[in-house]
Design a protein around this ligand. Structure first.
Ligand code: FEO
Length: 399
């Protein structure tokens, strides 16, 4: 029934879309769903590369059956054990009891731990090869991108890299499977949101894996999420290189918490000064309205960050505190920081934001501006000066 989707003559896309799950990992909003990608190689030996999240297994099995009918699957390659990909391992094993599960020394204990499977497994290491007949698969370890067992599988004759989560993005594949079958701009933003929030902590491991990929000739990147990439290979590898080095574009993200609008007003004044000085990429986010994953995605893109918060019960506004904690958790590096705050009887927000900036090793630009009660002339001017300082700093780095 299903029209097979070919990556090449006998290599197929058998992934599925999930439009029902609201939060990926029960954290990250999925406004346009997510795809769990899996791939099938129908050679003398049949190999399945990763499975899908368990809730989507029925569609997945139908797609496999449409390609191989009653033929057995010989190998299940597990590039990544997170249950959005390994969710159907048990069912696949039940349906294909002779299947051999292929993973590395970190994968196989997880297979046993999650599924109580410890037989019919094959342990592979860096550079090992699995012969399917016409196709040979090579394995490259990708530890901490973003789990320790993660690996990539390379098919040399068609130059396909099955890259696990790397180069993946949120968003379902709505008809188009390949990057050149769709407007890729949506996925480029969602790739950054996926990277920054899920993989972003692991810049050094990503750099190591990019070094390995550079040695391979790659025509197709078949990620575990989002479009199969064949027309934007240089772009996505360059993005990954930049993001993992915390390299940035010129621009400023102003993220604020504001109960009654006083802190927000300071942000608006600062943003206007930035624009007057020639900064064109300015993003203002209310942390109470926009999920942190979108804010962090833009913080990964732009060099300038302004954090603004009222003092709330002697601390940061809880929503700002949560954003700051996530930035600390990821360890975002190499940013310019401006600070704004407001209070009614005792101000501590600006001081706490300054301490967080120091923990992140971000460069503080200008002086933190903290207003008591409503915004008045002196602090209004200081917001403008802060905007100007930040703009000057960014503009001085223009190439
Ligand atoms: Fe797509 Fe780390 O799972």
């Amino acid at each position: 029934m299903y029209q097979p989707v070919h990556l090449s003559d006998d290599i197929y896309y058998v992934g599925v879309n999930d439009r029902r799950t609201g939060l990926f990992e029960n954290i990250w909003p999925l406004p346009r769903g997510v795809a769990y990608n899996s791939y099938l190689i129908n050679d003398e030996k049949v190999a399945l590369i990763d499975t899908v999240e368990i809730g989507q297994v029925e569609k997945f099995l139908k797609k496999i059956h449409a390609i191989i009918g009653d033929k057995a699957i010989d190998y299940l390659i597990i590039n990544h054990m997170e249950p959005d990909h390994a969710g159907a391992v048990s069912i696949i094993r039940e349906l294909y009891p002779q299947i051999r599960i292929v993973g590395n020394k970190k994968t196989l204990p997880m297979v046993e731990g999650f599924f109580s499977i410890n037989d019919n497994t094959i342990e592979v290491k860096e550079g090992d090869e699995l012969d399917l007949g016409k196709h040979k698969l090579q394995f490259y370890m990708a530890p901490m991108v973003h789990w320790p067992e993660t690996m990539m599988t390379y098919e040399a004759s068609r130059k396909i890299l099955f890259s696990a989560d790397a180069f993946g993005s949120f968003g379902t594949l709505d008809g188009g499977i390949f990057d050149d079958e769709m407007d890729f701009s949506y996925f480029s933003d969602e790739m950054r949101r996926y990277y920054s929030n899920i993989v972003g902590k692991y810049g050094n491991p990503v750099q190591k894996v990019l070094g390995k990929i550079k040695e391979l000739s790659v025509n197709i990147i078949a990620s575990a999420h989002g479009p199969v990439i064949r027309s934007h290979i240089n772009e996505v590898t360059e993005w990954y290189d930049r993001w993992s080095r915390f390299d940035t574009d010129e621009g400023v993200v102003l993220a604020f918490a504001s109960m009654y609008g006083n802190t927000e007003e300071m942000v608006e004044v600062t943003a206007r000064a930035l624009a007057e000085e020639g900064i064109k990429e300015i993003r203002i986010y209310d942390v109470s309205q926009t999920h942190s994953s979108f804010i962090i995605s833009d913080i990964f893109k732009y060099k300038g960050v302004v954090l603004a918060s009222p003092t709330y019960n002697g601390k940061l506004h809880p929503k700002m505190e949560a954003l700051v904690n996530e930035l600390l958790h990821i360890g975002v590096k190499n940013r310019y920081l401006g600070i704004l705050g407001s209070f009614t009887w005792a101000g501590t927000a600006a001081k706490q934001l300054k301490e967080s900036g120091e923990s992140l090793n971000w460069e503080l630009v200008g002086q933190p501006v903290e207003e008591k009660h409503a915004l008045k002339k002196q602090k209004y001017d200081e917001c403008r000066i802060l905007g100007k300082h930040l703009a000057d700093k960014l503009i001085s780095e223009r190439k």
